[in-house]
Structures are given as C-alpha cells and as structure tokens.
Design a protein around this ligand. Structure first.
Ligand code: PXL
Length: 268
C-alpha cells in the first residue's frame, strides 16, 4: 500500500480543500490520510461569503502525531493553513521529521475573498512553509504575490515567476496560468532546479481551456494528484503530467452546484 498525507482546510460544500484531496488520493489508488487546519463553511444566506474557523494549534499537532504514528508517511501535501498560528503549528510539525516530498499549494485567498485580506498570513506562509516545500503549485495570482512580478501574461512570465519562487528553496515550481491567462490554452509551466546550480529545467504543459468559467477545486485536485503520483514513486515531471491530465478530465466532467462555481469531478 502507498500512503499520501494531506494537511489542509475542510471546505463544507465538498468542492475544495481536504475533501477534494482525499477523493483525489482514493481515485489515484493511494491510501489517504488527512489533518485539518481550519474549517471553511461558505454562507448560502449571504452570497456564499466565507465563514472561517481555525483549528487550535495543539489539535493540529495531535492530528499530526496520530497520523504519523499510524503509518510511515513520507509524501505530504500542504493546502490551506489559514492563520499565522496554524502556520506555526504546521511548520513545527513538518520540520519534526524528514520527507521525500512536501507539495505546497500556497493558498493565499479563496475565490471570492479580497486580495491582501491577510497579509501576515501570506508572509508567514512564504517565510515558514515555502522553504520546506519540494514542489510548489501557485496559481497566477499566488505566483505574482510570491515572485513579486506584476503581471504574468506570457509563458516567459510564468517561467520567470517559477525561477524566482525556486529561490525560496523548493526544488520545483508549477506555475499555473489559469483561466485569465491570455489565449485559448490552459498553460502551466514546471520549473525544476538542476543539480550543480545549472539553469533550471523548464517544461511547458498546455491543453485547450475548457470553457471560460472558473471551476472550484481545480488547484486542490491538481496538487493532490501530484502528491498521489509522487507517493507512488513517479518523478516530478511524470507526476505533474499525470495530474494535469487528471484535472483536465475532472473539469471536462465538472459537477454543477448551487454554489457560484461548478466543481471538479475527481471520479472522471
Ligand atoms: O481552493 C482553495 C481552497 C483550499 N482549501 C480550502 C478552501 C479553498 C477555497 O474555498 O475553502 C479549505
């Protein structure tokens, strides 16, 4: 049995967060184990506004202890953390043991939240979690925030953002162009550190965009699919290719909901 572990937030509609991560793990044939950092319950009475509750740091530590005592985990995905306090708890847990891979989906804000709402949380994530990651999967907005670049509108911009993000420590960055990236294609760029300080390796992954609407849970599905594949022993490049195909199928067969966005079908 291969195990994949995720440390992330719960999202109550089932369209994002830990629920999506565990569905993705199951679908890709790995045994999923999850630790909850915070609970997001969108409010249907108030235009699906964010309601957010962090889990207390000692309960995060307890969950981590239980999960890692039950199984020998070496591949972990980190999703939404939520506050500087939850970030401290997760950083302390992560550095308490060695990992083969730490995949970080650097969730800065969720769809519908104001950018910059939580600058101290963004900074804590950059300073305390990003250096522990081996693979990081920022979307266009997160890549701007992490790289300091203003606009990511060309493939070269995505590559440059990836190179800058590698300077924080990860071995690989997958910068996602997303729905707002100009042109007809959904473009992601994998920038991977080379041994001996040589130029990073770059791989451009591109498929035609499916519609023009955002889909909830695509980023979570993508990063957890990468994690599942790494847990099975794939290389980073193989894992990213498989994950892109997986999320593309899931978006093609998206599930509609009463929420503002459709959601990815991991069973596709
Ligand atoms: O899609 C980003 C995301 C991740 N994790 C949780 C979320 C969201 C967005 O809503 O709620 C828990």
């Amino acid at each position: 049995m291969r195990f994949a572990y995720v440390i992330a937030g719960s999202e109550a509609t089932g369209g994002a967060g830990l629920q999506v991560d565990l569905k993705t793990f199951q679908q890709l044939g790995v045994y999923g184990i999850g630790t909850i950092t915070c609970i997001v319950s969108f409010d249907p009475k108030n235009n699906w506004a964010h309601r957010f509750v962090p889990i207390s740091p000692d309960v995060i530590a307890d969950q981590f202890e239980a999960a890692n005592a039950a199984q020998d985990l070496d591949t972990v995905k980190v999703g939404m953390l939520g506050t500087p306090e939850t970030i401290d708890a997760v950083a302390a847990a992560l550095i308490s043991k060695d990992w083969r891979h730490v995949v970080l989906d650097p969730v800065l804000i969720c769809k519908g939240q104001e950018p910059g709402a939580a600058l101290n949380t963004d900074n804590a994530l950059r300073q305390k979690i990003l250096p522990l990651a081996t693979v990081v999967t920022p979307n266009n907005f997160e890549a701007q925030a992490l790289s300091g670049l203003d606009r990511l509108e060309t493939v070269d911009d995505l590559i440059e953002a990836g190179r800058r993000i590698l300077e924080y420590g990860p071995a690989a960055a997958v910068v996602k162009g997303g729905i707002d990236f100009p042109g007809p294609d959904a473009v992601d760029v994998l920038v991977e550190r080379s041994p001996g300080g040589r130029e990073p390796k770059v791989e451009v992954l591109s498929v035609p965009k499916i519609g023009q609407e955002r889909v909830s849970g695509a980023g979570c599905t993508f990063a957890s699919a990468i994690t599942a594949e790494l847990a099975k022993g794939a290389s980073v490049l193989e894992a990213v290719r498989t994950a892109k195909a997986f999320v593309t199928r899931g978006i093609e067969q998206r599930v509609s909901a009463h929420t503002p966005f459709d959601t990815v079908w991991q069973g596709a």
